[in-house]
Design a protein around this ligand. Structure first.
Ligand SMILES: [Zn+2]
Ligand SMILES: [Zn+2]
Length: 255
């Protein structure tokens, strides 16, 4: 059974109404109903709609999935199989759920029905925003997206060309770390700027981190120098490896 307190039901309805008010305009503007096929790429978080004679691309944030086999919803943040960096944006929904005590926004997965996907996507739209939403169905799995902007094929190719192929995690955004950072023992974790999983990065910003010892070397010369760079031997990892190392270093619990 799904517990749906009245306060939640009212909130959900408001969100559904809000999305219902903008979604028809979105569909008309981009003519999204008139494409024969779809394809989405988790690594670049891009959705392509296409027919023989036309195609259109969007950047997306994954919201969650609904299994028609088990009638269960799963939030994107809880989905271990998904590699989309921006899936963690949906943790904002969980935060609101915790504040308001809305079980459906807190629990990773729960039972639902054929309305669940749109209801939760409406709530995601209300909290995170976007230009519209889209759903694809593949093998009895409904996959829901918030579309954040339309982009060109060239932009998609540029995003994909800048990804790194990680042997553990697949194609993801690049991150830079010193040679000492690892997930075996703690080294301290210094960053170029505060980061969080799934964050938007400016063109010139890269995820960059180094250990305590590198920080000491760096401070000796008042910033990076040839010597401290030589000591750090910065290397490339994927975004997921980066945050795994960050969490390992910042968490009190020992592995
Ligand atoms: Zn180091
Ligand atoms: Zn990795």
């Amino acid at each position: 059974m799904i517990f749906r307190p009245l306060k939640y039901v009212k909130y959900a309805q408001k969100a559904v109404d809000k999305l219902s008010a903008i979604q028809p305009d979105f569909r008309e503007k981009f003519d999204t109903d008139n494409y024969a096929s779809w394809f989405y790429n988790q690594s670049s978080e891009t959705l392509k709609l296409y027919s023989d004679d036309k195609e259109i691309y969007f950047l997306y944030i994954p919201v969650g999935t609904f299994s028609q086999n088990t009638n269960t919803w799963m939030w994107a943040w809880a989905n271990e199989d998904s590699v989309e960096p921006r899936k963690f944006r949906t943790l904002k929904i969980k935060e609101l759920g915790e504040k308001k005590k809305y079980e459906n926004l807190i629990n990773a997965h729960f039972d639902g029905d054929k309305y669940t996907g749109w209801e939760l996507t409406s709530i995601a739209f209300d909290i995170i925003g976007g230009i519209g939403t889209y759903r694809v169905i593949s093998d009895h799995l409904e996959v829901y997206f918030l579309l954040t902007e339309q982009i060109s094929k060239e932009e998609v190719e540029k995003i994909e060309s800048e990804l790194i192929e990680c042997s553990a995690h697949g194609k993801l955004r690049k991150a830079f770390i010193c040679q000492h950072l690892n997930t075996e023992y703690k080294t301290g974790f210094e960053e170029a700027f505060d980061t969080y999983r799934g964050m938007e990065l400016n063109e010139d910003d890269d995820l960059q981190a180094w250990c305590e010892e590198c920080e000491r070397e760096r401070l000796k010369t008042d910033g990076w120098s040839d010597e401290s760079m030589e000591f750090a031997k910065i290397k490339l990892v994927c975004e997921r490896c980066y945050f795994a190392i960050k969490e390992f270093n910042l968490n009190a619990k020992k592995h």
